[in-house]
Design a binder for this molecule. Structure first.
Ligand code: FAD
Ligand code: NAI
Length: 467
């Protein structure tokens, strides 16, 4: 074969980490290839994660509104579910998005090498295509962006259409009568919401005595109350220890986490959503002297794993979020290109795309208390926000936490419709090191839900709230 110049960067994995790195490298004029074994680019997020789940959340939210909200405001309809069309509309959007990434690769001169990549030594990536053919790429730098996969639950083996992971839950061909979700985390609550809205009876079994660990406890408590009101049931402090496939469903053995008598729960479909784990299968890490940590994550020092080997995204530490992978991606390529690459992990926002949404950035009250930080707290309920009232969407509140001495914003937490859109004024304020008073003194348009964030900041300052 004709000798070609080595790539400046070969990225393994074409998800939000890998594809953003490839595009950034192309933009900086680096010779770059991205190895992806899936038939389409975009990784978990575009193919079986963020995007299809948000498509179903949007569609099912509209269906739910048509069923239960429209009549209240004087619109009488009798909605009928066409699940096939709902899936098709989701699949069409996903295809358009993955094609969009392919287009951006071409535009930025990033090569997509189709196949499974394996590191076979310093600067060498062997790629095996679907047809079995093998090629070896020479790389000055290798970026590992292989992402994550669902964590299986011992004793509860996956079974097509019956015991499923998030990917299965994105394409169920029929609405289950009774869906049992194991794990009250983000996937369990988002996808549980989808199927509840479409008609399933949903029970969520959670090991801890609370839902959504990581979310501010006050918010999580309110969130659970709202989800319960919507018809979702929770079995907290409970662990699933076994599953038995029966003719018309699955029988789960459930025990109190603290020990005690077991009981049986039966559902026609069980969704296992107990977390995701880093994916490094067959990656050849040993060829460059890299060993993942006990939980399978690859450690790094400013993205560097070994000489000429870098890591980003879900396969390394930090929140397993698409936008975090994207931040890593730009920072690693900038670092490789000799520029300044930096990610502020303290300011990665989190959003749960249920109804209402929950969004936050910075620290929770639990974290501030644990760290012994003196803080002030301001809160404003959506029941007192005019836009929320007009729209009959008054569940939830905004909460601002600020340093007691300096007034610097330390965390902002919102539960309410479109909280995911509203959180960014908090993120920007915090990235400028802003104070709660800065939000409180900034003119906000009326009537908007964002006024609730301002009111919460005013509450921190002890100013009178708007009636
Ligand atoms: P991935 O997206 O997992 O991409 C890794 C890619 O590498 C994969 O395409 C894989 O095929 C490929 N690969 C792995 N090994 C090899 C190899 N050896 N050779 C070639 N290719 C390989 N995050 C959000 O921020 N917002 C959301 O709303 C959201 N919703 C989600 C909903 C669901 C149901 C799930 C499962 C996840 C969701 N996430 C969400 C998380 C998000 O998808 C991940 O954080 C993100 O995809 C991580 O990006 P990544 O590039 O690190 O890895
Ligand atoms: P998660 O970590 O959010 O939640 C898992 C839940 O399962 C936890 O509450 C945990 O206590 C519980 N659990 C663990 N073992 C259990 C057991 N044996 N029995 C019962 N409960 C058990 O993980 P999840 O929901 O699977 O999501 C994985 C990742 O995907 C998340 O970390 C998140 O970063 C990402 N994601 C992000 C989304 C978003 O940003 N909106 C949407 C969906 C996923």
């Amino acid at each position: 074969a004709e000798a070609t110049a080595p790539y400046d960067v070969v990225i393994i994995g074409g998800g939000p980490g890998g594809y953003n790195a490839a595009i950034r490298a192309g933009q900086l004029g680096l010779k770059v290839a991205c190895v992806e074994m899936r038939a389409t680019l975009g990784g978990t997020c575009l193919n079986v994660g963020c995007m299809p789940s948000k498509a179903l959340l949007h569609a099912s939210e509209m269906f739910d509104a048509a069923n239960s909200e429209f009549a209240k405001i004087g619109i009488e309809v009798q909605p009928k579910l066409n699940l096939g069309q709902m899936h098709k509309s989701k699949d069409d959007s996903v295809t358009a998005l993955t094609k969009g990434i392919e287009f951006l690769f071409k535009k930025n001169k990033a090569d997509w090498i189709k196949g499974r990549g394996k590191i076979v030594g310093k600067g060498k990536v062997e790629v095996t295509a679907a047809d079995g053919s093998v090629q070896t790429l020479d790389a000055k730098n290798i970026v590992i962006a292989t992402g994550s996969e669902p964590t299986p639950l011992p004793g509860v083996a996956f079974e097509d259409g019956k015991v499923i992971d998030s990917t299965g839950a994105l394409s169920l061909p029929a609405v289950p009568k009774k869906l049992i979700v194991i794990g009250a985390g983000i996937i369990g609550l988002e996808l549980g919401s989808v199927w509840r809205r479409l008609g399933a009876e949903v029970t969520v079994v959670e090991f801890l005595d609370r839902i959504t660990p990581g979310m501010d406890t006050e918010v999580a408590t309110a969130f659970q109350r709202t989800l319960t009101k919507q018809g979702m049931s929770f079995k907290l402090g409970a662990k699933v220890t076994g599953a038995k496939s029966v003719k018309d469903g699955v029988e789960l053995t459930v025990e109190p986490s603290a020990g005690g008598a077991a009981e049986t729960l039966k559902g026609d479909v069980v969704l296992v959503a107990i977390g995701r784990r880093p994916y490094t299968e067959g990656l050849g890490l040993e060829s460059v002297g890299v060993t993942p940590d006990k939980r399978g994550f690859i450690d790094h020092d400013h993205f560097k794993v070994a000489d000429g080997v870098w890591v980003i995204g879900d396969v390394t530490h930090g929140p397993m979020l698409a936008h975090k992978a994207e931040e890593d991606a730009v920072a690693v390529i900038d670092t490789i290109a000799g520029k300044y690459g930096h990610v502020d992990y303290a300011l990665v926002p989190s959003v749960v795309y249920t109804f209402p949404e929950v969004a936050w950035v910075g620290q929770t009250e639990d974290q501030l208390k644990a760290a012994g930080v003196a803080y002030k707290k301001g809160k404003f309920p959506f029941t007192a926000n005019s836009r929320a009232k007009i729209n009959h969407e008054t569940d939830g509140f905004a909460k601002v936490l600020a340093d007691a001495a300096t007034d610097k914003v330390l965390g902002v937490h919102i539960m309410g419709p479109q909280a995911g859109e509203m959180i960014h004024e908090a993120a920007i304020t915090m990235s400028f090191g802003g104070a709660s008073e800065d939000i409180a003194r900034t003119c906000h348009a009326h009537p908007t839900r964002s006024e609730a964030v301002r009111q919460a900041a005013m509450d921190v300052e002890g100013w009178m709230m708007q009636a």
